[in-house]
Design a protein around this ligand. Structure first.
Ligand code: SF4
Ligand code: SF4
Length: 249
């Protein structure tokens, strides 16, 4: 026992001080794209042609973050002339249309519902539903429970039963086989409830878009309140979105 206490003292506190202090991200992290609206249409077209997600709209010079996997191919193809990926991890949005961007996103805190902040600002219990995810979204959601992020210090927890939850956090492209289980879980959550679409799979189908075996767009099944883009979303992106949406503003 003494050794355990000694070890804890030697280790010190490993929990980050975010959001009071910034977190340094790995230099290859790709966050919100910086888009040059002056870029020639030829270059944008080349970027669109190489995009595996069909996420680039050429005439509008936009990227759909609900489809984008942040693979970085458009940055390489256009040598950064059209899009460069910044370290801005604040990617959450309350409206699907806001994810189609020229490089800016609305302030999430200003676009969330006051009702949600009042109800869930101090305590938010979520049921995770993996609707045929590849397990990366799920794994990076789990990371939020490690001592570094320590999600529960914000009053946010993932719970085992939808009956104990305030909402669902959905990952994966929603295979047809998972459709009913997802709907049953949603129905089991008492109202009022919130729905979070996490990762491009649950927003648009992600890398599986076009497959006959998936639903793809979660919002076509149940109303989505919060979108968290990424493939998978960085834990910091998820944490940032949850804090902005439920606690700030
Ligand atoms: S980073 Fe996004 S927009 Fe660019 S090529 Fe990859 S999927 Fe397409
Ligand atoms: S969004 Fe990407 S990481 Fe998440 S489940 Fe889909 S393929 Fe996997």
């Amino acid at each position: 026992m003494l050794k355990v206490i000694q070890n804890r003292i030697e280790q010190g506190c490993k929990t980050s001080n975010y959001p009071l202090e910034p977190i340094n991200l790995y230099h290859r992290y790709r966050g919100l794209p910086v888009i040059d609206s002056e870029c020639s249409l030829d270059i944008v077209q080349r970027c669109a042609d190489i995009c595996p997600q069909d996420a680039i709209q050429v005439e509008a010079k936009t990227i759909d973050l609900g489809k984008c996997t942040f693979c970085g191919q458009c940055e390489v193809e256009g040598e950064g002339a059209f899009a460069r990926f910044s370290e801005d991890f604040g990617l959450g949005a309350a409206n699907r249309g806001d994810l189609i961007t020229q490089g800016t996103l609305p302030d999430l805190a200003a676009h969330s519902k006051q009702e949600f902040k009042k109800l869930f600002g101090r305590s938010l219990q979520l049921r995770q539903v993996s609707a045929a995810g590849c397990n990366s979204c799920e794994a990076d959601t789990n990371v939020l429970n490690t001592p570094f992020f320590d999600l529960s210090r914000f009053g946010i927890d993932f719970v085992a039963s939808p009956r104990h939850a305030d909402g669902i956090h959905v990952t994966g492209p929603i295979s047809k086989n998972m459709r009913q289980a997802l709907l049953d879980t949603y129905d089991a959550v008492p109202s009022p409830k919130i729905v979070i679409a996490s990762g491009c799979c649950s927003i648009s189908g992600g890398p599986f878009y076009g497959s006959d075996e998936i639903i793809g767009d979660l919002n076509s099944l149940i109303p989505v309140d919060l979108y968290i883009p990424g493939c998978p979303p960085h834990p910091l992106t998820t944490l940032h979105a949850l804090l902005k949406f439920f606690k700030q503003g």
